[in-house]
Design a protein around this ligand. Structure first.
Ligand code: ADP
Ligand code: MG
Length: 588
């Protein structure tokens, strides 16, 4: 390791608090191939941290070497930082830790007959002796910052420092479900994580049943980049983003860019200022990461930010969409006598399944019929129920019976013992909004080429803003060109927005963007722009719809993940069950 590299890295190398020590030591244990790691904390780690692992250990010479600065064998050049699998890359941790506390290490490899005991106090020369001990390494760090009272003063109360230690272990534990990890305080077990091959199991142990019972798998890839992990259903949210964990090539990363990418698909599904729980692993070819970012800062810069952004947003979006029709539609027809009669209910489910099967798979409607022999029906239906797309026990919009339009705005339906009103504008708005989001994630825009490019004059201020959101338009399927000092020409638009008033749209977007200002994140800007597009592109109130148009709308509502509110949060439909009507008419 060169000196330049060493100093580059050493600059940010600070043992801030007990949790920093816990993190470094547990990383070392993981690097040493430990399958069991036990951590004991006294006074939140301030008084002592004891870490025992069953990893490969060190022989006499390496044990001594480990306390010399930059003695790592794990990396050789700065560029390799992200190429390596191991977590350590600094050869700095042990000497740094030893310089701020009283440290004792006991270690033995399988090959060496005797173990080594090493004692260092506040960075003095180590005292080394032979000692009996099992294979693996035990490190005890006592009296953190005893030699630097000024820093010691900055430590928080025991419970706070202990929480930081547990957080540090939690991050590492998420990345290594195959390792048994325990954390104990004198009178309490803080974490007890048996080894498992199932990440979801570890998540459930770390976060409790709240997340554990509302968990959705995520799996996606884009080129050489892969994404996997788990997210919480929209019904499980938290008031802060602390339960969002991202790992890039195994390394924990806390980065606003990724946080934004994660939040985008949740936006407008969960309440404002609420956060999901997320554990995501992103694996990127090392060459695609810009390593010119300090490794200890938990940030990362991707060469191809947008690709990663889309992968994260798209992967999570898909997972949510897969799950959403069930949860959100369940409330659509939640009441009614059908629910009270299991047999009737079953038939309902059967019919719904068949319809849904047809809608989702695009497949031919299954050939067996409902009045065929019971066994046969049961068998085939069971098969249908077993596949994911056919499990819903709920209704579809497309099975509603259209009765007419009221006040040029509300579509009136009957179906499933209810009277259903749909706001045509709100419904179409939501459909367009979801489609625009999908287009921008999947790069799947269907463009409509304008025969004559539409030239739009902007004010100089609007034109200045245009540059900031231009890529969002392009993402959605617009082709635009800038002309002269304040003119843009639109050459094509997303097909779903055919007929939209571009002049108005661009002016409104500029207006909105200047209102939200530069502080707005890309997602907020995107959300704003897409909802404006959706609003402008959607069927208006007081617009006559014919039957095929109504049917189309219903079908599209069935296909989108979120069909209960428009992007502004207004309801898309209102439903009166027979019960409710009967109550209103005082029949009950
Ligand atoms: P780094 O992890 O960056 O290599 P450290 O200062 O954390 O630097 O550790 C120095 C060296 O000590 C490591 O490279 C490793 O060889 C050895 N080492 C540290 N902790 C352990 C451990 N728990 N088990 C086996 N070897 C260890
Ligand atoms: Mg290390």
């Amino acid at each position: 390791m060169s000196d330049a590299l060493a100093s580059k890295i050493a600059a940010g190398e600070v043992i801030e608090r007990p949790a920093s020590i816990v993190k470094e030591l547990v990383e070392n244990s993981l690097d040493a191939g430990a399958t069991e790691i036990s951590i004991e904390l006294e006074n939140g780690g301030k008084k002592s941290i004891r870490i025992v692992d069953n990893g490969e250990g060190m022989d006499h010479d390496n044990a001594i070497l480990a306390f010399e600065r930059h003695a790592t064998s794990k990396i050789y050049s700065f560029d390799e930082l992200y190429e390596i699998k191991s977590l350590g890359f600094r050869g700095e941790a042990l000497p740094s830790i030893a310089s701020v506390c009283r440290l004792e290490m006991l270690t033995r490899t399988e090959k060496s007959p005797a173990g080594t005991r090493l004692i260092v106090e506040g960075g003095t020369r180590p005292e080394v002796m032979d000692a009996g001990c099992p294979v693996g390494t035990t490190i005890i760090a006592k009296d953190i910052f005893f030699s630097t009272p000024a820093r010691k003063k900055f430590l928080k109360k025991d419970s706070t420092e202990q929480a930081h230690c547990v957080d540090a272990v939690t991050r590492l534990a998420l990345g290594h479900p195959e390792v048994k990890i325990t954390v104990r305080a004198p009178k309490r077990t803080l974490l007890n994580l048996p080894k498992t091959t199932d990440l979801a199991e570890r998540i459930a142990l770390l976060f409790g049943d709240g997340f554990g019972n509302h968990i959705l798998p995520v799996k996606d890839e884009r080129g050489h980049v892969t994404l996997h992990g788990f997210i919480s259903e929209p019904s499980y949210t938290r008031s802060n983003s602390k339960n969002i964990f991202c790992f890039v090539n195994g390394r924990y990363i806390r980065d606003n860019f990724m946080l934004n990418a994660i939040m985008t698909p949740y936006r407008r599904i969960i309440e404002h200022k609420r956060f999901p729980a997320v554990v995501l692993f992103i694996d990127v070819p090392p060459a695609d990461i810009d390593v010119n970012v300090h490794p200890t800062k938990m940030e990362v810069r991707f060469k191809n930010q947008w690709e990663i952004y889309k992968l994260i947003g798209g992967g999570i979006g898909k997972a949510l969409a897969d799950a959403a029709p069930l949860s959100q539609m369940a409330s659509f027809y939640s009441t009614g006598p059908a629910d009270t009669n299991p047999t009737e209910n079953f038939t309902e489910r059967v019919q719904e399944s068949l319809r849904r099967y047809t809608v989702y798979s695009g497949a031919e409607r299954p050939t067996f019929r409902l009045n065929d022999s019971d066994d046969f029906m049961q068998q085939n239906l069971q098969r249908l129920f077993d596949t994911r797309v056919t499990t819903p026990t709920v209704m579809l919009f497309s099975t509603l019976e259209y009765m007419g339009q009221f006040d040029g705005t509300y579509l009136v339906f009957s179906g499933h013992e209810s009277l259903v009103l749909i706001d045509q504008h709100a419904a179409h708005e939501r459909i367009l909004f979801e489609k625009l989001k999908k287009i921008s994630y999947e790069n799947a825009e269907e463009k409509q080429l304008l025969l004559i490019p539409e030239v739009i004059q902007l004010s100089p201020a609007e034109f200045a803003l245009f540059g900031e959101y231009r890529h969002i338009l392009e993402d959605a399927g617009f082709d635009v060109e800038e002309f002269g000092t304040h003119t843009v020409a639109v050459k094509s638009i997303p097909a779903i927005l055919a007929g939209i008033n571009l002049q108005d749209l661009i002016a409104d977007i500029s207006g909105e963007i200047s209102k939200t200002g530069k502080a707005a994140s890309i997602d907020e800007a995107k959300d704003t722009i897409f909802s404006l597009m959706a609003c402008k592109g959607a069927i208006k109130a007081n617009q006559k719809l014919d039957r095929p148009e109504v049917n189309n709308l219903l079908r599209e509502l069935d296909m989108i993940p979120i069909a209960s509110t428009c992007p502004h949060g207004r309801p898309i439909f209102i439903k009166f069950s027979i019960h409710e009507l009967e109550r209103m008419f005082k029949r009950r």
